[in-house]
Design a protein around this ligand. Structure first.
Ligand SMILES: Cc1cc2nc3c(=O)[nH]c(=O)nc-3n(C[C@H](O)[C@H](O)[C@H](O)COP(=O)(O)OP(=O)(O)OC[C@H]3O[C@@H](n4cnc5c(N)ncnc54)[C@H](O)[C@@H]3O)c2cc1C
Length: 450
């Protein structure tokens, strides 16, 4: 017979400090950029700690979810991959699971990739596991130990108690420059409100075969535009993505403010969820043959487009983007349009001519006031217009690859990230700077014109 006395013990919290994780590199933020940086650093043989305040891997790419990878391809009638490093592996893995759909967007004149977010999350998790990355989810960075120009450690609050991560280099992949901000380093904020979006994943959508997808999307987007006001929608220029293999539609049809204020953020977030409900009511009533039997699979975390960035060694400007300046320290190339969501009803959309590319310099990733802190993703140093182009997921992956290579080069010589020879980083990211990389190799399986 089991004895209850030996099956339980009395415990009490002690005053001993929380655990400490020792790593070569600490990456703050497990979105597309932080996850990419962590995978690449692990592949270079570094001990990596990856921390995120959310409880899942993939940040907004999974938890919002974003639904479409943009910015990976060139603009023009025959788009090729601009940033193949790691991206090709991710796309291949999604395709093997029948979890993505390539669409040619007539609006953007390039390919985007609609993906299933759960499959994407598992792909990232497996890659991180293969690199033995130490993952701390549900961990908010609350303090940074800044010693002169070096961050020595960060303090993290988790539901299981406090944790300290000590490392030689740090990546700010928080999207909101949360690490730079917490360390008391200079940051930038836009002076205008830039709207986020409460996304929605609908399942049970009658997508038709891939050939019909374009017409379905165009009709649904037209209904939002023309009938939205009658249903009380704030945003008129919404976009909808279909993933025919899953009978799923991903609605990007709302606009919400996303202030960095814990109470105001959720005030707007709940308003966004009401906008979603109105949009669904519209689609069910006006397009019942496609949306009549659909229901909500998920309402993720309200999506945040642009908030706070680092002050880097160079602020990428919209003039440089428009001119396609190839900087001496260019580490990523981009062709995605200017896409600034600075009004509630719509957004500025400025596509580039076919063949245009613009570049991101390494200096826009390096924090001006720290020797061992580099940013990736949507909090690199760029003005709001330039950032609205380079914040999409393709460039986020490309800046993360470059950040990882820069750290790798610095750690071998124990030097400042600022002393790394940008030419050596460029050698390592050469496929992301030059060349035309077809994907999929057979030229594609589908085409849509959202
Ligand atoms: C609604 C919406 C639609 C979009 N549509 C597209 C699209 O169709 N295609 C496309 O390519 N891009 C799109 N984008 C842009 C793109 O998705 C994002 O810019 C990109 O995902 C940013 O990736 P990231 O890794 O830099 O940041 P995020 O994905 O935001 O990840 C940052 C992570 O850092 C964590 N974090 C923040 N602060 C802390 C802290 N103090 N402690 C610990 N962790 C912290 C967060 O929890 C988060 O998970 C869209 C963005 C939004 C908001």
């Amino acid at each position: 017979m089991a004895e209850s006395v030996s099956a339980v013990r009395t415990v009490r919290r002690s005053d001993t400090p929380g655990m400490t994780v020792q790593a070569d590199v600490c990456v703050v933020g497990a979105g597309i950029s932080g996850t990419t940086a962590a995978i690449m650093l692990a592949r270079r043989g570094h001990r990596v700690a990856l921390v995120d305040s959310c409880t899942w891997i993939g940040g907004q790419a999974v938890g919002v979810p974003i639904g479409t990878i943009a910015g990976l391809f060139s603009a023009g009638p025959n788009p090729f991959l601009l940033s193949p490093v790691l991206a090709t592996e991710v796309l291949d893995a999604l395709a093997r699971e029948d979890a993505c759909y390539i669409q040619y967007s007539r609006r953007a004149r390039t390919n985007t990739v609609v993906y299933d977010e759960v499959t994407a999350m598992r792909i990232f998790e497996q890659m991180l596991r293969a690199g033995d990355v130490q993952i701390i989810l549900g961990g908010v960075v609350t303090a940074a130990d800044l010693d002169g120009r070096r961050i020595r450690a960060v303090d993290v609050a988790t539901r299981f108690g406090a944790c300290r991560i000590a490392a030689r280099a740090f990546v700010d992949a928080s999207g909101d420059a949360a690490l730079a901000w917490t360390a008391g380093l200079a940051c930038r904020e836009p002076t205008m409100a830039i709207h986020g979006t409460q996304m929605c994943v609908l399942e049970g959508v009658v997508c038709g075969d891939p050939a019909e997808t374009r017409a379905v999307v165009q009709h649904a987007e037209g209904l939002i535009r023309e009938r939205g006001e009658a249903y009380g929608l704030t945003r008129r220029e919404g976009v909808i993505f279909l993933l025919p293999s899953r009978q799923v539609a991903i609605l990007n049809v709302t606009h919400v403010e996303t202030p960095l204020d814990p109470v105001a953020f959720w005030h707007h977030g709940l308003e966004g969820r009401e906008q979603v409900e109105r949009a669904i009511a519209l689609l069910k009533a006006e397009y019942p043959e496609v949306f009549g039997r659909a229901h909500v699979r998920s309402l993720g975390h309200p999506g945040i487009r642009q908030t706070r960035s680092i002050v880097g060694m160079h602020m990428l400007t919209v003039d440089e983007v428009n001119a396609g300046v190839r900087f001496p320290d260019a580490i990523a190339r981009v062709a995605w349009p200017i896409e600034l969501h600075d009004t509630a009803a719509g957004y500025r959309w400025e596509p580039f001519p076919d063949g245009h590319v613009h570049y991101i310099p390494l200096r826009s990733l390096l924090h001006a006031e720290a020797d061992n802190l580099i940013a990736t993703g949507r909090c690199i140093d760029a003005d709001p217009f330039a950032l609205s182009s380079v914040r999409v997921m393709g460039p986020c992956m490309a800046t993360a690859v470059a950040a990882a290579e820069c750290i790798d080069l610095a750690l071998w010589s124990d030097s400042s990230l600022h002393d790394v020879d940008a030419g050596k980083v460029q050698e390592r990211v050469a496929p992301n700077l030059d060349g035309e990389w077809p994907w999929p190799p057979d030229g594609g399986t589908s085409a849509s014109g959202a």
